[in-house]
Design a protein around this ligand. Sequence first.
Ligand code: HPA
Length: 246
Amino acid sequence: MGLLAIIGGSGFTKLPGLVPIETLAIETPYGATSAPLIRGELGRGEVLFLPRHGTEHQIPPHCVNYRANLWALHAAGAERVIGLAAVGGITPLFAPRVLAVPDQLIDYTYGRAHTLYDGTSHRVEHIDFTEPYCEPLRQALIEAAASLDEPVVPRGTYGATQGPRLETAAEILRCEQDGCDMVGMTGMPEASLARELGLCYASLAFVVNWAAGKSGGIITMKEIEENLGLCVERVLLILKAVAARV
Ligand code: HPA
């Protein structure tokens, strides 16, 4: 059966509790992955783990080799992928430390190598992306959280911005008017590349700050790190519960 992969973001360069079985350095047509993949046991399930920003959190969001990462996970036998995502909260439900499983996204990124159909493969395919996340995996995340009595917002539109800077208040207002509930820097092209590869992809987001202009003050790394620290344990418990389920 296909494996579950977890792509760790900020706060998850390691996956505490993961018992490694093997490390996989996979060569891809697109170059190097952010780090070697780790196949291991997480609770009662087996997973592949890949830290998106590298083992030292040294790769900024716009420099992540998303194509290599997703291609390698697929080559290693992944069928489902959970992308962890630290986000800024825009609309009232998405306050700091809230966990969410987004159901829609808007892509504001630019200049990223975002497709496998880049003109070199002599093939063009226009994937359907009406529902950008894989519903069965979204439901598995939501049910895993419910089984732990861990509240998650079971929906929400994720706005993917370019980074690495945070947004202006006006940019966040525009995101909000577009319908975004949360904002992060790595959700795209990760989600669409997963779809191009036929992978079932969902995201588990955790809010680490109010987005620009939503709190009356500026955004500090201190607040982001504090909130991140307060989300890690709950995210891990949900991941363990999902790994045992799928
Ligand atoms: N904006 C974009 N990405 C983020 C934010 C934010 O406010 N917080 C965490 N990732």
